[in-house]
Design a protein around this ligand. Structure first.
Ligand code: 6PG
Length: 471
């Protein structure tokens, strides 16, 4: 019997589309799922293709070539451990398990060590691109031991999105590095999505624009420097009309955002590592605030904002908003890369930033024209501590900050919430200060808690008896 190149456990939308992608690229696949419904849909989609499906683990394993390569496309968390536990007794030294879900990088680290100890290879691969990406070419971020990656490299690089500089798949680093980078990818995704939402809110409230008018603006933006998948998606979304009500679908969607956790993990990790990612934090918090719908409705009856009277020139303002969007988007990437820089040292990931920018150029949710310049900046200087100070982006900050200030000022004056826009401006303004008011903060800490401080004019640690002075 001809054995299959790779097995996939979990024939949900992602698993099924990855199987189709692999088959189209010349690899034979066997899929396993215990759900009758998933198997039925899969059999339908796979008819006439070199893909087998089964609900029996034994048969699945028998159909696999050695060393066995098994991709898990199951929900992150306990299901991953459960499936690994079920597989482990049937695998032999040198076999490979790949976790393609959005697992927490620390779980991936642990699983890698546990499997390594029994001679099994384990790769934690971030896979981005949703349903379409899985089918036509995702961006893949594999981490773990390099020997394990080598076993599956021909398949992963083949099925990944292909851009002018090669496949959107590259070895990321040891342990949980692949899932770490995917977590940061998602954090940037959260940031950009929220920034776009804020521009939509400003346009809608300041100019009373309808969904299709905002759509036109985003289409224009997407044709230029702001070209990115999320802008394209947003424009498409705004053009969709609801069959039942004949309203734009966005207008009938409840304003309560969901989240599966990767953005929150990035914020939590950034606090652990001591890295400021305020645009991402704001995006996570904006989702949290949105979830309090009932409270917000009640608050809207007692708390009032300023009157909405906007007298600025529409065309000029929209152009400023476009520039502000561009600059804030850069801050989202800058924060993501700054976080990865710290993580690379802290966890010994040895991340290659130019390469990460390259594999994000196609297939993934945060693919954007901007990534060309980001890649260039890291190619020129791998040690670059923050994108904002690279020559290209520094001149962008200097040139476009007036637009960002204008956008934030306008939102503030009209009472339109803009957590991510404000956070991005605050990030730039904090980062560019030679001197912050943290001198006063240190004095406060020392005053009430004798926490001590350092001086600018001599070495050492100092304490002042502040209370005596206060008498
Ligand atoms: C991707 C996406 C994908 C998913 C997010 C959604 O790269 O393909 O990031 O992983 O869309 O997990 O996350 P939330 O449900 O938290 O928005």
């Amino acid at each position: 019997m001809k054995k299959h190149d790779i097995g996939i456990i979990g024939m949900g939308v992602m698993g099924r589309n990855l199987a189709l992608n692999m088959e189209r690229n010349g690899f034979s696949v066997v899929g396993l799922d215990v759900s009758c419904e998933q198997l039925r849909v899969s059999e339908e989609k796979f008819s006439g293709k070199k893909i087998s499906v089964t609900n029996a683990l034994e048969e699945f394993l028998q159909l696999l070539d050695t060393p066995k390569k098994i991709l898990l496309m199951v929900p992150a968390g306990d299901p991953v451990d459960t499936v690994i536990g079920q597989l482990q007794p049937h695998l032999n030294e040198g076999d490979l398990i790949i976790d393609g879900g959005n697992s927490h990088f620390k779980d991936t680290d642990r699983r890698g060590m546990e499997l390594d100890a029994v001679g099994l290879h384990f790769i934690g691969a971030g896979i981005s691109g949703g349903e379409e990406g899985a089918l036509w070419g995702p961006s893949i971020m594999p981490g773990g031991r390099k020997e394990g990656y080598e076993l599956v490299k021909p398949i992963l690089t083949r099925i990944a999105a292909q851009v002018d500089d090669g496949p959107c798949c590259a070895y990321i680093g040891p342990g949980g590095a692949g899932h770490y980078v995917k977590m940061v990818h998602n954090a940037i995704e959260y940031g950009i999505m929220q920034l776009i939402c804020e521009t939509y809110d400003i346009l809608k409230i300041a100019f009373k624009m309808k969904a299709d008018e905002v759509q036109d603006i985003y289409c224009t933006w997407n044709d230029g420097e702001l070209n990115c998948f999320l802008m394209e998606v947003t424009a498409a979304v705004l053009g969709k009309v609801d069959d039942e009500t004949n309203q734009p679908v966005v207008d009938v969607i409840l304003d309560q955002a969901g989240q599966k956790g990767t953005g929150k993990w990035a914020s939590q990790n950034a606090f652990d590592l001591g890295v400021a990612i305020p645009t991402v934090n704001a995006a996570v918090e904006a989702r949290i605030l949105s979830a309090f719908k009932k409270e917000r409705v009640e608050a809207s009856r007692v708390l009032h904002g300023p009157p909405i009277q906007f007298k600025e020139k529409k065309e000029e303002f929209i152009e400023s908003l476009r520039c502000a969007m561009k600059l804030t988007m850069v801050t989202a990437y800058a924060q993501g890369f700054a976080l990865m820089r710290e993580a690379s040292t802290e966890y010994s990931f040895d991340l290659q930033f130019a390469e990460i920018a390259r594999i994000w150029k196609g297939g993934c949710i945060i693919r954007a024209r901007l990534l060309d310049s980001i890649r260039e900046a890291f190619k020129e200087d791998h040690e670059l501590v923050n994108l904002l100070i690279s020559p290209h982006f520094a001149s962008m900050v200097n040139e476009l900050q007036k637009d960002l200030r204008y956008a934030v000022r306008t939102a503030n004056e009209l009472g339109i919430p803009c957590l991510a826009f404000s956070a991005s401006l605050g990030y730039i303004d904090s980062y560019r200060q030679e001197r912050l008011p943290a001198n006063l903060l240190q004095a406060q800490r020392d005053c009430f808690g004798a926490h001590t401080y350092r001086r600018i004019d001599k070495e050492g640690v100092f304490h002042t008896e502040w209370q005596e002075r206060m008498k």
